[in-house]
Write a protein that binds this ligand. Sequence first.
Ligand SMILES: [Fe+2]
Length: 172
Amino acid sequence: MKLDWSHTVLNIKDKDKILDFYTKTLGFKVSDSGPIYKDGPEIIFVSWNPDEHHQLAFVLGREDINSTSLNHISFRADTYDELQEIKDRLDTVNCDYLPLCHGNALSFYFNDPENNGMEIFIDTPWDVEQPQGEVWDPGLDEKSVMEWVENTFKDKPGFVLKEKSTKKFVNR
Ligand SMILES: [Fe+2]
């Protein structure tokens, strides 16, 4: 098994300042944005790499400038079996996790022993406009879980097989 670095999500206070810096100064492009869940805070995804939906994302609503800005760090696993292995490892140490599917990924969200947020995920075959989030059942086998993903997200905007996807960035 191996885990590849994927992205970091930060909690932010000032959207305009942050986006100006990351897009105008550093050249990142916005790939998607929207409420993280119904009536929830906005999340803005940015990337330099058209093949990586987001290398960074920002969640609005960091209350206290002295609190940590880290929302979560994220690693990509290669296969569903590896994702199941991660689940087994977390179970072994009684680490709670939230299985969340973004349509384009199947993820486990959890905290390290010092409460730093983490995500480990695999890609699904599809792209779909973000943000999206539905709890998925890790007890399903790979075929069943992929059928569930397709059925759950196929009517969402921008749902398309990744190999046919043309949308990379939204203009800002
Ligand atoms: Fe993430």
